[in-house]
Ligand binder design. Structure first.
Ligand code: NG6
Ligand code: CA
Length: 505
């Protein structure tokens, strides 16, 4: 058969195009792309439509999932925020430090002599920043919020920080930029107390007439913007944030940072740590009522829009093909986390857990098994991966990527899995939920016996506690409905031994 010359050119172009799209891990190792870690707060595995959500639409998160690698076995280290963030940024298991949900007044958990992802990247020539939620403690025990607050993110590797100290439901309800409260009037100093109220200050508990969002459990201390919070705060009026503008505010800072950095020679690392869909869920009026699922659905749509804006910013700055994105969430989903906001009532058919068992706070899988996506236009070939990966692996994997020789014992170099959907991840992982730990090995997960209630009734989540040891085969039983510990005594024994050894108990 005669080859039609007409086809030769397009075919060779096609081949070139393919080549570009299928760079192997080897080719990109020791390259220094910009790295953006997009970290959601309490977003469940099933909350994005790319992972099966059908009543909620997340086109921009889906674009990352479908244009990058979407992991079906991606984990936070823990089922709550502080420990997960600790592991993600330090590459160390959080239970080594007994990391637990911190009050807004807590001193910083990461010590200034510890290695962190941003510090490692600084060493490799990166400019680094965090914009959004912090929740790893700030300063020391007796810090003064009206003075420069240190140590903070800037002392553990971030050249720039624009953060909220803890969570949206905890005081202080102010932004802190590079260690200083933004917009503070020194004549109206901030006072914070997590134990007792300041005299004469209204609270959610005593002044229901002043609140616009009703508390369900906890969250009945100082009222800010009509929302009763955790902890007591006095003063700082000119610095108080506006809840409905929080997403736009963080996004604005993110846009400015990226646009400015793109003009420099240096690569950058940006942790964009979003506050959604953690409580209190306060969508900007543009998104109010948009999901039909109440504020929880609305803020997920708002966050999705923010991610669309983030991608536009990257494209406009001309750095789309030189920017790697890692998208994930700090822990699994919860509906009622302390306020009446219709999350339970309007959930309909939506399953934030995506078929997993448990949720936030739980040792069952939905606690830490979260959306996990790596995206890098032109470098990462789109695909679905079932490799086991954890946010804690960022340290060793990104070090391998940028040619740094920093490594930690707990973090694993899963760079190949980050870049290639067919590559393998880690073989095992210890998971944590409110001080308890479990052991995932391959497709099995072992949960040792724990005393304590089986269900947290306030949030209506199964916690994973049982008097019996539990073993599940997630490959054949993703929903953890069948405890096979008795059917597989040898395997149970072997995993328990491994787990005990790894925990060092
Ligand atoms: C809990 C809060 C919850 C949430 C959580 C932290 C109560 C009763 N519950 O203590 O609302 O703030 O802490 O969430 O106060 S996390 O995502 O930052 O871990
Ligand atoms: Ca969280």
């Amino acid at each position: 058969m005669k080859i039609n010359k007409f086809w030769l050119i397009p075919l060779s172009l096609l081949a070139l195009g393919c080549q570009k799209n299928t760079s192997t891990s080897e080719e990109v190792k020791s390259s220094k792309p910009n790295i953006i870690f997009v970290y959601m707060d309490d977003l469940g595995y099933g909350d994005i439509s790319a992972n099966g959500a059908s009543t909620i639409n997340t086109p921009n998160m889906d674009a990352l999932a479908n244009g990058g690698i979407n992991f079906s076995n991606g984990y936070a280290s823990s089922a709550t925020c502080t420990p997960s963030r600790y592991a993600a940024f330090t590459g160390e298991y959080p239970w080594r430090k007994n990391a637990q949900i911190l009050p807004g007044s807590a001193p910083m958990l990461i010590t200034t002599d510890q290695m962190t992802v941003p510090k490692m990247l600084q060493g490799a020539g990166y400019e680094t920043a965090i914009i959004g939620k912090w929740h790893l403690g700030l300063g020391t025990h007796d810090k003064d919020w009206n003075e420069h607050i240190s140590p903070g993110p800037n002392e553990v590797g971030f050249n720039h920080s624009y953060i909220m100290a803890a969570t949206q439901d905890r005081v202080p309800t102010v932004y802190i930029e590079d260690g200083d409260v933004v917009g503070l009037d020194k004549n109206d100093p901030i006072q914070i107390d997590y134990k007792k109220n300041f005299e004469g200050q209204p609270t959610g508990k005593d002044n229901p007439e002043l609140i616009t969002m009703k508390w369900h459990h906890g969250h009945n201390n100082t009222i800010v913007n009509g929302i009763p919070r955790i902890g007591y705060m006095k003063g700082g009026k000119s610095a108080l944030w506006s809840d409905v503008d929080m997403a736009d505010n963080f996004l604005d800072k993110v846009k400015n940072y990226i646009t400015a950095q793109a003009k420099t020679e240096k690569p950058f690392f940006l942790a964009y740590t979003m506050q959604q869909p953690h409580v209190p869920r306060t969508p900007h009026p543009r998104f109010e009522g948009k999901s039909g699922m109440g504020p929880r659905g609305d803020v997920i749509m708002e966050a999705d829009w923010c991610i669309g804006e983030l991608m536009k910013t990257i494209k406009d700055a001309g750095i789309e093909e030189n920017t790697m994105i890692i998208f994930s969430s700090d822990n699994g989903p919860v509906l009622n986390d302390g306020y009446y906001d219709d999350a339970v009532e309007l959930i309909g058919n939506h399953d934030p857990k995506g078929g997993l068992r448990g949720g936030k706070y739980s040792l069952f899988d939905a606690g830490a098994h979260v959306p996990f996506i790596t995206y890098w236009k032109g470098k990462i070939k789109p695909g679905k991966s079932n490799a086991l990966v954890c946010q804690m692996d960022m340290l060793n994997s990104l070090a391998a990527l940028v040619g740094s020789d920093v490594r930690s014992d707990d973090s694993k170099d899963v760079l190949n899995a980050f870049l290639n959907a067919d590559a393998e991840g880690r073989t095992s992982l210890i998971l944590e939920a409110t001080t308890r730990t479990s052991y995932r090995k391959g497709d099995y997960v072992l949960i040792p016996p724990y005393k304590g209630k089986k269900v947290n009734k306030q949030v209506n989540i199964e916690l994973g506690n049982d008097n019996e040891i539990q073993l599940y085969d997630l490959k054949n039983d993703r929903a953890q409905t069948h405890n096979i510990a008795k059917e597989k005594p040898e395997l149970t024994k072997q995993l328990l031994e491994e787990f005990t050894k790894l925990r060092g108990d």
